[in-house]
Design a protein around this ligand. Structure first.
Ligand code: PHE
Length: 339
């Protein structure tokens, strides 16, 4: 029995030492020390021994067990370490490898122009207001005093969702929404996208950007309109910019004007940019029509106001000398990276 134990021990230790992974090591453990393992089987035979032999063999069984257990534990440590090293090796990072290029985005030129315009008007005490791109025919036309037969109402000019809803053709809808919901004094600018049924060409896009301004209060006058817009023009286009107010007609303002600024490329001399005029048209404006105030529940006897609206795409094109509006909407990085 002693020899049996000895040879089993040698075999077990040999197997343990040549085991390559944790799974086979555990199988060896079960094969020798488990309930039906070889050592257990041998110790069961002890009952047939004499009383003298039994304690001697019992001691030997315990020694063999301890030795196998120690060898197992050592091997277990070794295999675990090996596994960890292999994992570390496989996760090694070569810090000298060239990194992926990080592409940092830039603001779109339209966003840059919006930001600058907003900045100037916020410096003058205006708040930024917004409204939905789909609005009612009432907010887009009726409340703005557009006659029932105004050509801009036609389905060939405006995108209708149904008889009552349109894609707004101007940010003037935000004037209406603000006056309906707030009491004067009101001083807002409203940036946003607008939509008109235009064929796409170098200067037209069915989607474009406007920014609207509205001031309503007691004793608001045309001279404040002029002062505000003159100041804006100087801030935006340069200190030497001159403005020209030409009479015009909008249904929602009376009197109405169109505002030109001296060409910032030739300083008014006349060049290809201003088509020899020396001036460039930048916006429409006027004193809010009493009917518009009335439509929004504001008493025109007590309050007056002015409004203005400008095309941001056009101003962006002028500022950066972009000759085709389509470039602004194609998202070509080669174009956008220039700004
Ligand atoms: N809504 C006008 C347009 O789209 C611009 C404008 C706004 C004119 C406010 C006067 C006052 O042409």
């Amino acid at each position: 029995m002693k020899e049996q134990l000895q040879s089993m021990k040698i075999k077990a230790i040999d197997e343990i030492n040549s085991s390559m992974d944790l799974k086979s090591l555990d199988e060896i453990r079960v094969a020798y020390l488990g309930k039906k393992g070889e050592l257990t089987k041998i110790s069961k035979g002890m009952k047939d021994l004499t009383t003298e032999e039994r304690p001697v063999v019992g001691k030997l069984v315990n020694e063999v067990r301890t030795e196998i257990e120690t060898t197992l534990a050592n091997k277990l440590e070794e295999l675990k370490l090996k596994k960890k090293m292999m994992k570390l090796e496989s996760e090694k990072i070569d810090v000298t490898m060239p990194s992926k290029k990080v592409i940092v985005g830039k603001k779109h030129p339209i966003t840059k122009v919006y930001d600058r315009i907003k900045d100037i008007f916020m410096g003058l005490g205006f708040c930024v207001a917004s409204g939905p791109e789909i609005d009612t025919v009432f907010n887009n036309f009726d409340a703005l005093n557009a006659p029932k037969n105004h050509p801009s109402r036609d389905k060939s000019d405006t995108f209708y969702i149904n008889d009552n809803l349109v894609l707004r053709t101007q940010t003037s809808t935000v004037q209406i929404r603000t006056m309906m919901n707030e009491k004067p004094p009101i001083k807002i600018i409203a940036p946003g996208r607008c939509f008109r049924f235009d064929e796409v060409d170098a200067t037209h896009s069915p989607m474009f950007h406007q920014i609207e301004g509205l001031v309503v209060g007691e004793n608001v006058t045309m001279s404040e309109l002029k002062g505000t817009l003159e100041l804006f023009a100087k801030e935006f286009f340069g200190e030497n910019t001159k403005t020209k107010f030409r009479p015009h007609n909008f249904p929602f303002t009376e009197p109405s004007v169109e505002v030109d600024v001296t060409c910032f490329k030739c300083n008014g001399e006349g060049c290809s940019m201003c088509k020899g005029e020396g001036f460039i048209e930048i916006l429409g404006a006027g004193m809010v029509h009493p009917n518009v105030l009335r439509n929004c529940g504001i008493d025109p006897e007590k309050y007056s106001g002015f409004a203005f609206g400008m095309g941001v795409d056009r101003i962006t094109m002028l500022k950066y000398e972009i000759d085709d509006i389509r470039l602004l909407f194609e998202n070509d990085m080669r174009f956008l990276n220039q700004f």
